[in-house]
Design a protein around this ligand. Structure first.
Ligand code: PMV
Length: 310
């Protein structure tokens, strides 16, 4: 291998987070913000010009085990870290895409190995982020057979997630970052404990599954009005599950006036919310006025790719 640059996009979960951990369907889309990773074989491993500190770079520790030798690793990112937009999955996917560039590894291997890295470092519960980052565009996890071409299955601890391509219309989505860093693991654990304690938790998870399947149909038809309504319904269900917070509710509320719908995205507890809209400036204004940081993302972003090789 010589010098290789690869990139991979961040992602948004449009519907179905948390319920996907229990085998329900979910929809994720790649966004037009990417991480680039350049790997060059070298006599020692360095990260962006500094010596490699395993405590600071747990993802790289995991991925370097797959490397044939030390590397000079250079990364650049357009994805704000800790914002719930899949920066760690994009990094893992871009790194492995560069590392595997000489053996033409298929996307299933890329999505699976990037997921294993995420699983090792953060105990991630489902492979939705790394699959979205690998494939790009839109994906349906555990969707019905007719929702799109089957891409791959990923199995872990006796659970299998089936990943399909999902055709998505052109959409403008405003992301509102709360500024609160909320790691995924404790929120997944919160839902697990809630399920043990409360008998109707499974009903809520089932309802999220139903809303998500309806959302897949709305997406296929390009019906943004219906999709937006389902996103807002999903936010309410996620709030009942206990994964929203005041800051997210405030930003969702403020966005609804100029949106088809809005909801938290990803694990919740902080991180970001999304609003589906055709008035992005107005939604950005509402988010800013309630203390959030807005940015506009667009759909139709390709997945992991090799950019330069020599
Ligand atoms: O970590 P995030 O914000 O990309 O989203 C996590 C999505 C969950 O469904 C809560 C967990 C998972 O691994 O599917």
């Amino acid at each position: 291998m010589s010098r290789v640059t690869a990139s991979a996009p961040g992602k948004l979960i449009v519907l179905g987070e948390h319920a996907v951990v229990y085998g329900k369907p979910a929809v994720a889309i790649a966004i037009d913000r990417r991480i680039r990773c350049t790997l060059t074989p070298y006599n020692e491993t360095t990260v962006n010009g500094r010596s490699f500190d395993p405590d600071k770079h747990p993802y790289l520790v995991s991925m370097m085990r797959r490397s044939p030798g030390p590397m000079r690793i250079e990364t650049t990112s357009e994805i704000p870290p800790g914002s719930g937009l899949g920066s760690s999955a994009a990094l893992s996917t871009a790194f492995l895409k560069a590392l595997y560039s000489s053996d033409a590894a298929d996307d299933k291997r890329l999505a699976t190995d990037a997921f294993l890295t995420e699983y090792e470092v953060q105990g991630r519960a489902s492979p939705i982020d790394t699959s979205a980052s690998t494939h790009g565009m839109g994906i349906a996890v555990n969707g019905p057979e007719n929702c799109g071409e089957h891409l791959w299955d990923i199995t872990m601890n006796g659970n299998t997630w089936s990943v399909r391509d999902l055709a998505i219309p052109k959409m403008t989505i405003v992301v509102g970052y709360t500024g609160i860093h909320a790691p995924t693991g404790p929120l997944v654990e919160k839902v697990r404990r809630y399920r043990q304690k409360c008998r109707f938790a499974d009903d809520i998870i089932g309802e999220i599954g139903t809303v998500t399947e309806e959302g897949m149909t709305a997406l296929r038809k390009g019906d943004l009005v219906r999709l937006g309504k389902l996103m807002t319904d999903d936010h309410k269900l996620l709030s009942i599950l206990g994964v929203s917070c005041d800051e997210l509710n405030k930003l969702v509320d403020a966005s609804l006036r100029h949106s088809y719908g809005a909801k938290l995205t990803g694990a919740g507890g902080g991180g970001s919310m999304i609003a589906l809209t055709d008035e992005p400036e107005k939604v950005c204004g509402s988010i800013t006025s309630r203390g959030g940081t807005p940015f506009v993302v667009r759909t139709g972003e390709p997945g992991a790719m090799t950019e330069h090789k020599n």
